[in-house]
Design a protein around this ligand. Structure first.
Ligand code: SF4
Length: 372
């Protein structure tokens, strides 16, 4: 147990402005609280002193908004509180509107070795429609600068499934990004209108924001084949990478390995417990060690989670690993689902692994629900 390697997620809840689709915990109006928030994060970190860590992920919000002083303090605390493995993957999410060459060079010097860049689209009209603050040119320029500053592991996010978004424009975004020869990874997210977002409100008022289901499915298939042509293979429902460049941090979630979440609304999972903090910035900063909700996972919870997360992966999960973790067999624990989904070809059982068939990937949610 002492040799356990953790992933650490740090939530940075500041943004320039709220994008119209965003339901992440971020507060554009509270950027003046950055210094106090960083102090709270460092205070929370101390309770995990000495834990071995091989991935660190700064997400948000917009971590690339943090000033150099805050980033320096955070990284100094990370290296004094954690035992960070050589070659650890250290990722930061970047909004192209918030960095220049000097900032990127500074981040590289700090030890950040992977960037996840929120590009979303290379069409100005689509970026405007989504409420993004940067232009396609700025996104491309940030990718090029990052590469020239020594980031060889770069990811970009793309959004698809917006009403009016054409397949031509999706292909334009994919080919424009891939032909930069800089990206090792792309994440593709279907636009969803969540309650409490600008889009959620507009959809309620009758506006069509999302493309219809069939169009969205077609766009997903188009993305899969276009990305494969550029050497980016799907390894998880929404994630594509060049060989050897899957997100090691996110793989911890999909493999149900332990992780520590620091900051407002951040989730942690370890030793059969899952817990998270309040989303309120003031409450979190008032007591950064206080856990808002804690759940002890039953054997059944852990099994279902292992299956649901594992089946998101292209290669699925190993039946031996299932047996090692739980002392029972997957097929015996989930007999009716296994039989039904194998029979209709949605679930594959090959080379000691269970995985979803390619045709099941887009409708995976409805299948995965059956394992809960
Ligand atoms: S930059 Fe990211 S976290 Fe911030 S509002 Fe936009 S989508 Fe949300």
């Amino acid at each position: 147990m002492n040799n356990q390697l953790f992933g650490v997620y740090l939530h940075i809840p500041f943004c320039l402005r709220k994008c119209y689709y965003c339901d992440f915990v971020s507060y554009p109006a509270k950027r003046n609280q950055e210094g106090e928030y960083i102090k709270a994060l460092i205070c929370e970190m101390k309770q995990y002193h000495g834990k071995r860590v091989d991935t660190v992920y700064l997400g948000g919000g917009t971590p690339s908004l943090l000033c150099e002083e805050s980033l320096e303090k955070l990284f100094s605390a990370l290296s004094s509180e954690f035992d960070i493995a050589d070659g650890a993957e250290i990722t930061m999410e970047v909004n192209p509107a918030t960095v220049d060459r000097d900032k990127l060079a500074f981040c590289r010097r700090l030890g950040i070795n992977r960037l996840s860049i929120g590009v979303q689209s290379l069409s100005q009209a689509e970026l405007d429609q989504l409420g993004r603050l940067h232009s396609p040119e700025e996104a491309v320029s940030v990718i090029k600068m990052a590469k020239s500053e020594g980031f060889y592991n770069l990811s970009a996010d793309i959004i698809y499934g917006a009403a009016g978004q054409s397949r031509e424009s999706l292909l334009y975004t994919v080919s424009g990004l891939c032909s930069l020869n800089a990206l090792t990874h792309i994440s593709c997210y279907a636009l969803r209108c969540e309650e409490g977002t600008v889009f959620g409100t507009r959809q309620k008022a009758g506006e069509q924001i999302e493309a219809d289901g069939d169009e969205c499915a077609d766009q997903y298939q188009l993305l899969c084949s276009a990305l494969a042509q550029f050497g980016l293979e799907r390894y998880e429902i929404s994630n594509f990478c060049k060989k050897g460049f899957s997100s090691r941090h996110n793989m911890k979630y999909w493999n149900c390995d332990p992780y520590i979440g620091l900051g407002a609304a951040a989730h942690s999972c370890m030793d059969g417990r899952r817990f998270y903090h309040t989303a309120s910035l003031e409450d979190y900063m008032g007591n950064p060690e206080r856990v808002e909700v804690e759940e002890t996972l039953t054997d059944w919870d852990r099994k279902a989670e292992f299956v649901i997360m594992g089946l998101r992966l292209q290669d699925g999960f190993s039946e031996k690993e299932y047996e090692r973790r739980f002392g029972s067999s997957f097929a015996e624990d989930f007999p009716s689902q296994t039989e039904r989904f194998e029979k209709n070809g949605l679930l594959l059982h090959r080379h000691g692994r269970y995985s979803l068939a390619d045709s099941s990937m887009f409708i995976s949610n409805s299948i995965l629900c059956e394992f809960i």
